[in-house]
Design a protein around this ligand. Structure first.
Ligand SMILES: [Zn+2]
Length: 236
């Protein structure tokens, strides 16, 4: 029995989670999408709302209040996709918007799902500055930096690292240097068929790399996924 999980996709959570997946997390990227992400359709689907670093030009004057209020009203929502990207303009504005969202996630005790490209030095500085106002848990989506960052932040900031199938030796080495209890799998997909295919691929790759069978590997990653959503799962 496989327990495949998708820790990061962009599917609007208004269609049921496919049977093949045991859970998925759907990330909005800009304000105009937030409403559609508020009501996840089933108990395997979780959602995040936030401003992606590529979308900072689209914010309205009241965006931060709207984010806070929407999260406060919807205890099942997490914060994401947020972050910094050196290939997108205006790193100062990106940092300001990112910090505001981290603080909101911290205040409301929600995990934050992070996109970071070429800016981990800046993120580490921000994390240090925020210190006690950090979110309770972070998912580093498509982590692609130096593996030495992993040990610096994993326990300190309760970071989970989410990967798609590795394309080269460097990507394999990041996966191997991530503690098994902090590994997640992701599709970053916009439709369910692509998501399933990508999650099967990455889970098989991780199983091969770590000398496990795919069932064992998917179970460990499923347990890690449960830790992430434990902050927003309704108590029954
Ligand atoms: Zn994404």
């Amino acid at each position: 029995m496989m327990n495949y999980t998708d820790a990061h996709c962009h599917i609007i959570p208004n269609t049921p989670c496919p049977d093949t997946l045991a859970g998925r997390i759907c990330d909005a990227t800009n304000q105009s999408e937030w409403e559609k992400f508020c009501n996840a359709i089933d108990d395997k689907t979780f959602a995040c709302i936030g401003i992606h670093p590529w979308q900072i030009e689209t914010i309205t004057a009241n965006w931060a209040n709207e984010l806070y209020d929407t999260l406060a009203k919807n205890p099942c929502l997490m914060v994401g996709e947020i972050g910094m990207d050196k290939y997108h303009a205006d790193m100062d504005a990106q940092a300001e918007i990112f910090i505001t969202q981290l603080k909101i996630a911290s205040e409301l005790n929600r995990p934050a799902h992070i996109h970071c490209v070429g800016a981990w030095d800046k993120l580490l500085h921000i994390f240090k500055e925020l210190s006690k106002s950090m979110p309770p848990l972070i998912v580093a989506h498509a982590f692609n930096d130096d593996p030495c960052v992993i040990s610096q932040i994993a326990d300190k900031y309760n970071v989970y690292f989410s990967y798609s199938a590795p394309q080269d030796a460097k990507a394999e080495s990041r996966i191997l240097q991530t503690p098994p209890a902090r590994l997640l799998t992701e599709s970053d997909a916009y439709d369910s068929d692509t998501a399933i295919q990508k999650i099967e691929d990455v889970t098989n790759s991780i199983a091969t790399l770590t000398d496990q069978n795919t069932a064992e590997c998917s179970e460990q990653i499923y347990q890690n996924f449960q830790k992430v959503i434990s902050y927003v799962r309704p108590i029954d």
